[in-house]
Design a protein around this ligand. Structure first.
Ligand SMILES: *Cc1c(COP(=O)(O)O)cnc(C)c1O
Length: 341
């Protein structure tokens, strides 16, 4: 298979249309057989449920080339499960997990020419999503849905080296107690746009959201979970029913415990203790971990000892081990790497 002539190293994180995408429709109470299509556009009624009442959920993962030349996807079964949870919370019919996995495989195979070569640092981002498509004007769930997966090649996250982030404590809330913070839904992002635009305008890279009930505990950023490292090398992550269960964060916690032999804790993390941590990172599919150098709380600066030049030592070990597992240099736990071809 001939790869596309793309400047992989210099790709950013932007949509670049690839050849094939997967589509399946839910109608009369069932999903159809689904197929690949070349049509990247969707035609829907002006009153479609997704357009009027934001009934849509999504997932994000990536396919990449390992050193021995296989195209693989990292733990897609967890994305399938999470999308089922997201769909149920928004009264949408889940797309069956085994069909989700088959569809991911079909789409990645069909776009294999767009999977960046090993060593480029680039990956093929995979975006499954589904939405209510029939007209809905009285507030209720749609009766008809479309499930789709498209792919787009994206560049290396740490182009030009790692730069620790400066983040601010947000005055906005991300997720209500007993709300939708734990599902991957467009609605959580729509309402975060004003907060992130505000943070950027004030010179910050990201927002740190606190729990909206008490505003005393750390939750997450708009799209990544927190990992902290204590001064005695314990890896700590916030436990909360209103954060999105990141596949990357769950994998890193496993790596910390089982590969690096570190103590791990998933628990309430009070904002008051953030100043005592040695390292801080943001976990998500795109970057694996982005180090945080500084947290600013209304003018008060908390600077982590790891500084603004590089990742802290434990963050670096976590990053190297997980990316080593993903790329095939380090043996993966059973079932973590799905080989596509
Ligand atoms: C997708 C997402 C993450 C990261 O999850 P991964 O599965 O690691 O990519 C974290 N927080 C939010 C709000 C997200 O939507």
């Amino acid at each position: 298979m001939e790869k596309k002539n793309i400047d992989w190293e210099n790709l950013g994180f932007a949509y670049l249309q690839t050849e094939k995408r997967y589509v399946s429709n839910f109608k009369d109470g069932k999903w159809d057989d689904g197929c690949l299509t070349e049509d990247a556009n969707i035609v829907m009624n002006e009153c479609a449920g997704v357009l009027q009442y934001a009934q849509t959920v999504f997932e994000g993962m990536k396919a990449y080339t390992t050193e021995d030349g296989h195209i693989v996807v990292f733990r897609p079964n967890l994305n399938a499960e999470r999308m089922t949870d997201s769909a149920k919370r928004l009264e949408m019919p889940p797309f069956p997990a085994e069909r989700f996995l088959d569809a991911v495989e079909q789409v990645v195979k069909a776009n294999a020419a767009y999977v960046p070569p090993f060593g480029s640092g680039a990956t093929l981002y995979i975006r499954p999503y589904m939405f209510g498509i029939n007209p809905v004007i009285g507030v209720k769930p749609a009766d008809e849905y479309q499930f789709r997966i498209f792919t787009t090649p994206v560049g290396p996250y740490f182009k030009g080296g790692v730069k620790p982030l400066t983040i601010c404590v947000s005055d906005f809330d991300r997720a209500a107690p007993r709300g939708t913070g734990h599902i991957k839904a467009g609605l959580n992002y729509a309402m975060s746009l004003h907060a992130i635009v505000t943070a950027h305008a004030n010179g910050f890279d990201e927002n740190m959201y606190l729990d909206s009930a008490t505003r005393t505990k750390v939750e997450e950023t708009g799209g990544a979970n927190f990992l902290f490292v204590t001064k005695d090398n314990k890896v700590v992550t916030p436990h909360s029913s209103t954060i999105l269960p990141s596949v990357t964060r769950r994998s890193l916690m496993y790596v910390a415990e089982h590969y690096l032999g570190l103590e791990v804790e998933e628990r309430d993390v009070y904002f008051d203790e953030v100043k005592d941590f040695a390292e801080c990172g943001l976990c998500g599919t795109a970057a694996v971990i982005s180090p945080v150098g500084k947290v600013v709380d209304h003018g008060r600066e908390i600077c982590f000892p790891s500084g603004m030049e590089k990742m802290g030592p434990i963050t670096q070990k976590l990053y190297d081990t997980l990316t080593g597992i993903q790329m095939g240099h380090i043996e993966a736990p059973e079932g973590w790497i799905k080989v596509i071809e």
